[in-house]
Design a binder for this molecule. Structure first.
Ligand SMILES: [Fe+2]
Length: 437
């Protein structure tokens, strides 16, 4: 793909499929609808993997069940290899159960189509995936969650249950995961692939004057402030640190994802944004007080712990165009039961490390986690502390914070908690105003 988002002429596609006539059918569809330099087929995951290691491909469309190496094994190998980690991957399979869909997406699959598939769906998916590497505004944000195409009879049967409706849309592959805003995507990629150079980071951020000026303001807030007032982006980055800069770029560039013309959604999204920022800020402050390494990493985790709610609200906003029974109670119910899993799925598609998915999955249920890490405990506690401070979609239920499991694990008493609360309250208010101004 080129910079303008057009499919480039040298587009190379690999089809991995052990059933010859299916491979041929896919090859014909792709060859007919996209201008490709090459559409190559591999008869199983192993053959595909051997070719991927040496050649350059722009897209992989793969079956799941195959001899030697299965589609999910191939995907896993690809996501762990620098050369292949960013190649869009479409899993095309007869497996349609929810667990398989989730396993595939958690494994890093960018799209999932169930067999037998319709030609139009495959074409549409490929077109949308092209968007994954388009730099730009046109793909970040609302537009990336497309209106799902649903058949009438299916809609009828699920009408009564919004949760079922969401899961069905998700399973049928009609919901596309939002992509990271381009600037965040670039920074993430840079942090992952190479030693970061401050000047290069500044060069990316400078392109956006709003982000630049807000970062400078934040770097002058009491929490970060040095001896004198800082006026340049480079100094702001030095003062904040690279990780923290990345966090704020994410918060600022994502702010527009939290807007809606519908007052009910606007209120929910505003609260969610504030809650995410507050949980991140609180987690960082706590990590610093507890002397844990890399407090900025705690910020990122707090910031993203409820990202599944953002995805679900976007889906619900689409559904609300077709259904009239979406109210606050049904939204809360859907968010409560699905946000952990949806968040993990989204984070995986953004290729965040597994620990982020763990936070999304278990920040409300420590006991269910595979491993109770410090990060998980701190985010668990921060989530509840900021709720007490009013930075939450949920009302405080009156629980004494010293009674909660994470407070016990961190040995927090009343005094420490109240001192942390004061610091978090002031810090969040200030940063929030700077970003919204
Ligand atoms: Fe939360």
């Amino acid at each position: 793909m080129d910079d303008k988002g057009q499919i480039k002429k040298q587009f190379k596609v690999m089809i991995v499929e052990d059933v010859e006539n299916v491979a041929l059918a896919i090859k014909t569809i792709v060859g007919k609808h996209f201008e490709c330099e090459e559409v190559i087929t591999a008869k199983d995951g192993q053959e595909a993997w051997d070719m991927l290691k040496t050649g350059d491909y722009d897209l992989v469309i793969s079956d799941w069940n195959m001899p030697r190496k299965t589609g999910d094994e191939l995907l896993l190998d690809m996501r762990e290899n620098d050369k292949t980690m960013n190649i869009p991957f479409i899993m095309l399979t007869a497996r349609a159960d929810k667990d398989s869909v989730i396993t595939a997406i958690q494994g890093g699959s960018t799209a999932y189509i169930t067999k037998p598939f319709e030609k139009e769906i495959l074409i549409e998916k490929i077109r949308k995936l092209v968007g994954h590497i388009i730099p730009a505004k046109d793909i970040a944000g609302e537009k990336s969650v497309q209106t799902p195409v649903i058949k009438e009879n299916e809609e009828e049967s699920d009408k009564g249950n919004i949760i079922k409706d969401i899961v069905r849309r998700f399973k049928s592959g009609d919901i596309d995961l939002p992509v990271l805003p381009n600037i965040s995507f670039k920074i993430e990629k840079m942090l992952r692939n190479s030693k970061i150079v401050l000047a290069d980071l500044a060069k990316i951020i400078e392109m956006d004057p709003t982000i630049t000026s807000k970062l400078i303001n934040i770097s002058n807030s009491p929490y970060y402030r040095g001896l004198d007032k800082n006026k340049t982006l480079e100094k702001a980055i030095i003062r904040l640190g690279i990780e923290e800069t990345k966090n704020y770029v994410f918060v600022i560039s994502n702010r527009n994802l939290f807007n809606s013309e519908d007052p009910m959604f606007e209120e929910i999204l505003g609260k969610l944004w504030e809650h995410s920022l507050a949980t991140g800020g609180c987690a960082r402050i706590m990590a610093a007080r507890l002397g844990l390494p890399n407090p900025e990493g705690f910020f990122t985790m707090g910031l993203l712990h409820d990202i599944g709610k953002l995805l679900l609200i976007k889906i619900l906003m689409e559904i609300a165009r077709e259904r009239t029974d979406i109210d606050r109670a049904s939204i809360d119910e859907a968010l409560d039961s699905l946000h952990a899993q949806f968040g993990a799925t989204l984070l995986s598609s953004w290729m965040f490390p597994d620990e982020f998915q763990q936070i999304s999955l278990y920040h409300n249920e420590l006991s269910k986690a595979d491993a109770i890490t410090k990060e998980l405990i701190v985010v668990h506690f921060s989530n509840l502390l900021v709720r007490k401070l009013g930075f939450s979609m949920k009302e405080d239920d009156g629980t004494d914070l010293t009674d909660i499991e994470s407070a016990g694990l961190l040995n927090l008493n009343h005094e420490t908690i109240s001192s942390i609360s004061n610091e978090v309250h002031d810090h969040v208010k200030e940063i929030k105003n700077m970003i919204l101004r």
